[in-house]
Design a protein around this ligand. Structure first.
Ligand code: SF4
Length: 364
């Protein structure tokens, strides 16, 4: 079995006001984190004989790790069979990119560098998103990374307070012209407790654009990026052919993946579990030889079917037709142009991808 391996690096220099990922700024805990990661890898190895095919080092801010931190992290994974790795992704913030770090990522075998640009429009970057980098640093980071032996992926956010469809189109085109191989586009969603949600509620910033406008931004993303040689291979992800994220495809195709580190999630093909979102709680459990996992969910048949349809409809490849043979409202969604039947599969159109989750609930 070819598994995916996800490592959550839960450290950031500072919290961004919209972020919902688990991270802390206590960088002095990195050595303890690396040691506990080694214990977790040893604990997991018997149930995950491998080989692992993809490794995704995400966070948090993995690009904060210096040579000692990153090589320590990779050494901690020695109990796992990584001999078949075909893809190693590392997430990086523009402000962490330097020629030295770029050399380190080359030496450690990174094949994809995922750069969190977020936006190339200064109006939103610091005042709204609270990022610590400036647009100039993003551009400099891209130049530093150009010509390295890894593919370049960008993360962008749209649906920002007072953003217009034209603004997003311009941002996207600027990013595409920098020559990445992959672009992920996420619409800004805020948990009620997020500091940015409070700033907007207290009217220090304009509200998020209405859903119709966000839908238009979603649809123009496909058109704008198609003109630059990208295709949408998942609801939020665009690649030049051959540069799709093999690791993330495992999530959407319901293939097994192991997640290590605090707040990491895993799926073994039937059960899902997650680690506690706390470095101390997670490391303390591992230090004492205990199992750190705090949630194991065994999917029953209806839940498994809903998940299979929901994930399948995130991909333009869709699902084999026979899996939806008894689905209610299938004919209606084909008639309305949200789904098409082709080559034995039911595939979502662009309009269908926009509503993938809602369609899945109706079809399950
Ligand atoms: S750098 Fe990324 S992971 Fe860290 S707080 Fe900001 S958005 Fe969240």
């Amino acid at each position: 079995m070819n598994y995916g391996l996800y490592i959550h690096v839960p450290f950031c220099a500072r919290r961004c006001p919209y972020c919902d990922f688990y991270s802390i700024s206590a960088l002095d805990l990195i050595p303890r984190y690396v040691a506990a990661l080694g214990r977790e890898a040893s604990q997991a190895a018997p149930a995950w004989p491998g080989p692992f095919e993809t490794l995704f080092i995400g966070g948090g801010s993995p690009s904060l790790l210096n040579r000692e931190g990153l090589t320590g992290l990779l050494a901690a994974l020695a109990p796992l069979d990584l001999s078949g790795l075909k893809e190693i992704t590392l997430e990086a913030n523009p402000e962490d990119v330097s020629p030295e770090q770029a050399d380190l990522w080359t030496e450690t075998g990174v094949t994809r560098l995922s750069l969190g640009l977020q936006t190339l429009d200064e109006r939103w970057l610091s005042d709204v998103l609270g990022r610590t980098h400036a647009v100039g640093q993003s551009l400099a980071a891209v130049e530093t990374l150009r010509g390295r032996p890894y593919a370049l992926a960008f993360d962008l956010i749209y649906g920002l307070p007072s953003q217009l469809v034209e603004d997003w189109g311009t941002d996207l085109s600027r990013a595409a012209e920098l020559g990445p191989d992959h672009i992920s586009t996420y619409s800004l969603t805020l948990e009620p407790g997020a500091p940015l949600a409070r700033t907007i509620a207290e009217k220090y910033l304009p509200p998020l654009p209405p859903p119709e406008l966000v839908a238009d931004m979603f649809l123009i993303s496909g058109q704008a990026l198609a003109a630059k040689g990208f295709y949408r291979y998942e609801v939020s992800n665009f690649a030049k052919p051959g540069h799709e994220s093999q690791h993330n495809l495992k999530y959407w195709r319901r293939e097994p993946y192991l997640g290590l580190g605090p707040a990491a999630h895993s799926f073994d093909g039937h059960r899902r579990w997650s680690n506690p979102p706390s470095v101390r709680q997670w490391a303390t459990a591992l230090d004492s030889g205990a199992d750190p996992r705090n949630l194991v969910e065994e999917l029953d048949q209806p839940a498994e079917r809903l998940e299979m349809i929901m994930l399948g409809l995130r991909l333009p490849e869709g699902l084999p037709e026979d899996r939806l043979a008894s689905a209610p409202r299938l004919a209606e969604f084909i008639e309305s142009g949200h789904l098409v039947r082709s080559e034995g599969r039911i595939r979502p159109t662009e309009k269908g991808l926009l509503l993938a989750d809602r369609l899945a609930v109706e079809l399950a």
